[in-house]
Design a protein around this ligand. Structure first.
Ligand code: GLY
Length: 359
């Protein structure tokens, strides 16, 4: 289920996507999108490729709280009721929620129908749409159920970025900072000397290509995440705990949960501190990244009373290899990740103390 996806970097959907559709000769096309992405991106796709006007559209409710089994069932039901076969094609048009849910539903329907991802957010272009991870949230845990199965094609069309808010761009930029940390100090400096809302539209294609290459190189070596792919988890052990925790609080108390990219940015702060403290990372790099995150992402407010809940969430991280231990990816310098580093509860709590002081 994990053959390579082809990534198409496109400035023109019509000339770049039409030959792909012709080559796949689908019997029927289904477009899965959500109420947010459909506003501009679906119309732009249908204008560029009028032949898709006959496709059946499955509209999901936007928002990570809707990334659940009910949404998957609604997709399967629509596919059954509209006569989808194994020769059908699913096009996932949207952010990470759509590509994760649509990819999972397509991968499991009739044991797998082909799907194309057309990510519409920077976050999904940089991460969710490539590499084959699909799935949904379950029992308050991020992406707890899923399969790894790559899209036949991933279309990166940076013109969609023009519709995003500054916060949405920053959310994707956090994953780019993570890729740069896994690549080199030069790549990191380039990102930290700019901000996503200052990047000229014509520059995005190359910037995204460079960042995605870091992920592609890692995934090519370890597609099923048995080893080095866990390096892509940098910032995510703590980031996912912050994100799930913020969703739980939003359900109980209202308010806005953290977006994935912001949670990763804050998770990076904690995990770079752990890298400094336990893996020899230069303090200068920790300070530089943290100043950038503080200036652009602000902070996330947690208290000492929250540490146990956050730790419990970290214990559920999928990359943990033993019960009762939390696995981290730590850096010794940019481009040199070390996976499967377990740290004690006291060490993790010390890093949460640092987070509260530093941000
Ligand atoms: N999101 C990290 C990975 O795809 O492995």
């Amino acid at each position: 289920m994990t053959s390579e996806s082809k990534i198409v970097y496109s400035q023109n959907l019509c000339s770049d996507v039409r030959p792909l559709l012709d080559g796949l000769t689908p019997e029927q096309i289904f477009i899965i999108t959500d109420t947010g992405s459909s506003k501009y991106c679906l119309n732009a796709l249908l204008s560029a490729l009028p032949e898709l006007k006959g496709a059946r559209v499955i509209m999901l409710k936007e928002g990570d709280e809707n990334k659940n089994l009910d949404a998957v069932i609604s997709i399967w039901r629509f596919l059954v009721e509209n006569g989808a076969t194994r020769s059908s094609l699913v096009i996932n048009l949207g952010g990470g929620m759509v590509t994760d849910l649509g990819g999972f539903a397509a991968s499991t329907f009739k044991r797998g129908v082909r799907f194309i991802n057309i990510p519409t957010t920077l976050l999904s272009m940089i991460d969710a749409a490539t590499g084959g991870k699909t799935g949904f949230n379950f029992k308050g845990l991020k992406n707890e159920i899923g399969v790894i199965n790559k899209a036949s094609e991933v279309i990166i069309y940076p013109a969609y970025l023009q519709t995003l808010t500054k916060e949405e761009l920053l959310s994707g930029y956090a994953e780019m900072i993570k890729h740069a940390l896994l690549s080199s100090e030069n790549d990191l400096m380039e990102l930290l000397s700019s901000a996503p809302s200052h990047i000229e539209p014509e520059m995005w294609l190359e910037i995204i290509r460079k960042s995605l290459q870091v992920k592609e190189n890692i995934v090519a070596v370890d597609p099923m995440e048995n080893g080095i792919r866990k390096a892509l988890n940098l910032g995510h052990t703590v980031g996912h705990a912050f994100e799930s925790f913020s969703h739980q609080n939003a359900m109980l108390e209202g308010g806005k949960p953290l977006s994935h990219g912001y949670a990763v940015a804050f998770g990076l702060t904690v995990e770079l501190f752990l890298s400094y403290k336990h893996n020899g990372l230069d303090n200068r790099l920790l300070s530089m990244v943290n100043s950038y995150i503080r200036e652009h992402y602000g902070t996330y407010s947690i208290g000492c009373d929250d540490y146990e809940s956050l730790y419990a969430l970290m214990l559920h991280d999928k990359k943990n290899s033993a019960i009762g231990a939390v696995n981290f990816t730590l850096l010794s310098k940019p481009g040199s990740p070390e996976i499967n580093r377990t740290l004690t509860k006291e060490q993790i709590f010390e890093a949460l103390d640092y987070f509260r002081d530093a941000l």
